[in-house]
Design a protein around this ligand. Sequence first.
Ligand code: 5GP
Length: 144
Amino acid sequence: MTLHAPYDANNIFAKILRGEMPSVKVFEDNVALAFMDVFPQVEGHTLVIPKGVEARNFLDLPEAALGDYMLRVQKVARAVEAGLKPDGLRVVQFNGAPAGQTVFHLHFHIMPVWEGVKMGAHASGSMKSAAELEPLAARIRAGF
Ligand code: 5GP
């Protein structure tokens, strides 16, 4: 899908927001939802998505929504750091399929990095169950 295609309300993250698909949540308020990536590149791989906007990517996000959303991205990143104590943290975001985007509702990836632990490739991990993700989510929730 290109950078400028219409928003598809049936994308997987829109379904998660509507409660039509399950997710292992770590944070939710009226601005954003954060949940565990089911194909994590590394343990603790977390996604933060905005609510109340039909934004496929960062370019689409209305300026009025930008500040509140980015505050949540930072808040979740801090909780991942506090909960999992990584050595580093990647905060990554892809725009358009040629750039690597595979789900077309805006999201930031928050990926802990541990020295000596190899991170998997983007969009190529094996699917994790809710039972596997929940202990990591609990540690992140405790980090808020
Ligand atoms: P993108 O490739 O668009 O930057 O990132 C999409 C992310 O969503 C990928 O890291 C992928 O593993 C994750 N993902 C895809 N489908 C699902 C799903 O159904 N649930 C969750 N929690 N994550 C998903």
